[in-house]
Write a protein that binds this ligand. Structure first.
Ligand SMILES: NC(=O)c1ccc[n+]([C@@H]2O[C@H](COP(=O)([O-])OP(=O)(O)OC[C@H]3O[C@@H](n4cnc5c(N)ncnc54)[C@H](OP(=O)(O)O)[C@@H]3O)[C@@H](O)[C@H]2O)c1
Length: 288
């Protein structure tokens, strides 16, 4: 298969490159924003004409959750206009599109934890509580409308070897201070980049399209996650549990945003526990 990766300098874009570099049977190009701005239709057409991929993997996005409250235009350009253009141009040329979205499309009310014990299913009503989530939801709708056979993959709490993420931040903060405060009243599930790529590739190879939740098994708080990272990294740091009200942020965050992977599992794909993903990532980060 011939892949085009957008957003090549991001966490997931870099993860895709690592994965494809170890798969000699596949061809790919990975382009960062300077080489392929997904908001520039001429640039998209030129790249698709020259490279002729079978599939375009759109990892490009505006992901600054707090800044999005003020930078609406930037968030909407990258998260709605760009995906819409990619989907329209891929549709004209018969190219499959994989577009990533987020758990932040849901309202994340704590009461939803009782209703959706296994996590939000794909068909649960959406109702984002911040601008980032709203822009990503609009992006999903724009992609489906232009290319109904696109694969839209929602992920949550994304962590991998590259870029900034919670695992790296906890290890860094633990090493630089003896005490950590971590939120213990927001529930969700970490997604680890290698598994997200493996799950995406499985769906692509089985020619599955539509909306899917990817990820790991379990449901935890950020505090639980931090404790496991500290344990796996064998660091000696005290982690203090706090309510999210103790930490002020520009954008509201969901209290509950676990994504159910039942639909993915029904396709025959196995989903790892979050503990396995955490242990593997921490061990890989320590080696780097
Ligand atoms: N990170 C998470 O916890 C999380 C959670 C749920 C869902 N997701 C979704 O997962 C996907 C991948 O996230 P990520 O963590 O890999 O994000 P990331 O590390 O922020 O990477 C996104 C990349 O997209 C680039 N980009 C922004 N606008 C662009 C444009 N117009 N054209 C081309 N490239 C552009 C960014 O470049 P600049 O750096 O120059 O802006 C950045 O390199 C996104 O769809 C995100 O919404 C992420």
């Amino acid at each position: 298969m011939k892949f085009l990766i957008t957003g090549a300098d991001g966490q997931l874009g870099r993860g895709w490159q690592r994965s494809l570099e170890s798969q000699p049977t596949d061809e790919f190009i990975a382009l960062n924003r300077q080489k392929l701005d997904i908001c520039n239709p001429e640039c998209i057409r030129k790249v698709l004409t020259e490279y002729k991929p079978d599939v375009c993997i759109n990892t490009a996005a505006y992901t600054y959750v707090d800044n999005a409250e003020k930078e609406h235009d930037l968030a909407y350009r990258a998260n709605v206009l760009g995906p819409k253009l990619l989907a329209e141009i891929c549709a004209q040329r018969g190219i499959q599109l994989v577009h990533y979205s987020t758990d932040y499309v849901f309202s994340g009310k704590l009461s939803d934890r009782e209703i959706y014990k296994d996590g939000y299913p794909e068909e649960a009503p959406t109702d984002p509580i911040n601008q980032y989530g709203a822009s990503k939801l609009e992006g999903e709708k724009a992609v489906v409308s232009a290319l109904p056979s696109a694969l839209i993959a929602r992920v949550s709490w994304l962590c991998g070897l590259d870029g900034d993420n919670f695992v790296k931040s906890i290890i860094h903060r633990a090493k630089s201070s003896g005490q950590l405060q971590v939120v213990n009243d927001q529930f969700g599930i970490p997604c680890f980049v290698p598994y997200i790529i493996e799950q995406t590739r499985f769906l692509l190879h089985s020619r599955t399209s539509g909306l899917y939740h990817l990820g790991s098994k379990g449901c935890i708080t950020w505090y639980d996650f931090a404790n496991k990272i500290i344990e796996d990294a064998q660091l000696n740091v005290n982690v203090e549990a706090v309510d999210c009200s103790a930490l002020s942020t520009q954008a509201q965050r969901p209290y509950f945003s676990k994504l159910s992977t039942s639909k993915l599992e029904a396709t025959g794909m196995s989903v790892p526990s979050w503990e396995i993903g955490c242990k593997t990532l921490v061990s890989d980060l320590i080696k780097v």
